[in-house]
Design a protein around this ligand. Structure first.
Ligand code: DOR
Ligand code: ZN
Length: 345
């Protein structure tokens, strides 16, 4: 049995680091495991300008301990009024790594999101021209579409026509949860990729209703039926360069999760690699973890691979019931469970 694995330093291609006290409580967990991360812009107010992204990047760096060499990769939150010139300037200056498309009201802090993709034509044409990736929260928001179908319907109604209209636009379909998404991405050209979270590899929708309502298993897009989990899992471990690691770690304080209207999001940053490693091991392809975690993402974004390595040892690690700093209390993904791999450095 493999006693330890060493891989090239990985990156997280989708994370929520938040701001203020929450940022201080969570940033170190991501920086400990990952060299770089694509940082989501859904703050209040959202990050829509180059100046706001630069200021946020500095707050992230300030929240980390001395000596950290973590690189936050910043994103621009698209609104109906997004300015193509500002986006192009941010990308050319190396501030914006990508733009994030939230359909309005799809998820946390998405009220300023895009109400109609047709309003984005100029922005998307600019991005296509300059080679800037579009990161998509792929769910329709109409109340008449069942929540479990919203990703598949988004692919039919929005993504398929978009890819046809803008064949050179780089698109990452974020946090995929369905067989339809895995198939769509696999069947598309090299400009289309997807990120996959640990939870969507491990839980199906039953986890939200296991003996009672389980708010800590709730995120968006919601976990789907078992057949979808299996399809997403197959894609992740396939070795295809179109699928890569994006935790979507999305911390919310305990009282905001355990509530009559609990927030969507799973805080998986503290044990992210351990969680993915277990999946790849269970599938008998630990040798493919490095591609998924450390190579496919940078290759898609056109960024250099990281130097250096990280090591996971086969040692049991028990995930605490709660974590946090100061008065921020968080329930981590896998709380109370024992995992088989320990991240050592
Ligand atoms: O579960 C989620 N939480 N999904 C998202 O798309 C947003 C995120 C958040 O910001 O909390
Ligand atoms: Zn997210």
């Amino acid at each position: 049995m493999t006693a330890q694995i060493t891989i090239r330093r990985p990156d997280d291609w989708h994370v929520h680091l938040r701001d203020g006290a929450m940022l201080k409580a969570v940033a170190g967990h991501t920086a400990r495991q990952f060299a770089r991360a694509i940082v989501m812009p859904n703050l209040t107010p959202p990050v829509t300008t180059v100046a706001a992204a630069e200021a946020y990047r500095q707050r992230i760096l300030d929240a980390l301990s001395e000596g950290s060499d973590f690189t936050p990769l910043m994103t621009c939150y698209l609104t109906d009024g997004a300015d193509p010139a500002e986006i192009e300037r941010g990308f050319e200056q190396g501030v914006f790594a990508a733009c994030k498309l939230y359909p309005a009201h799809a998820t946390t802090n998405s009220a300023h999101g895009v109400t109609d993709i047709r309003k984005m034509t100029q922005v998307l044409e600019t991005m296509q021209r300059i080679g800037m990736p579009l990161l998509v929260h792929g769910e329709v928001t109409s109340r008449d579409v069942d929540i479990f179908d919203r990703e598949a319907v988004f692919i039919d109604r929005i993504l398929t026509p978009l890819v046809k209209d803008m064949p050179e636009l780089k698109i990452v379909l974020e946090h995929i949860t369905t067989a339809e998404a895995a198939e769509f991405v696999a069947a598309s050209g090299p400009k289309i990729a997807a990120t996959i979270t640990p939870q969507h590899l491990i839980i199906n929708r039953n986890a939200m209703f296991d003996g009672g309502i389980r708010p800590h298993a709730y995120c968006l897009p919601v976990a789907k039926r078992e057949q979808h989990r299996l399809a997403v899992r197959k894609a992740a471990v396939s070795g295809s360069p179109k699928f890569f690691l994006g935790t979507d770690s999305a911390p919310h304080e305990i009282h905001r999760k355990e509530s009559a209207c609990g927030c969507a999001g799973i805080f998986n940053a503290p044990f992210a690699l351990e969680s993915y490693a277990q999946v790849f091991e269970d599938e008998g392809v630990l040798d493919r973890l490095e591609g998924f975690a450390s190579e496919h993402g940078p290759n898609f974004y056109g960024l250099p691979l990281n130097e250096g390595t990280v090591t996971l040892k086969r040692e049991e690690v028990t995930v605490p019931e709660t974590m946090g700093e100061a008065d921020i209390r968080l329930v981590p993904y896998h709380a109370g469970e024992t995992l088989r791999w320990r991240f050592v450095d």
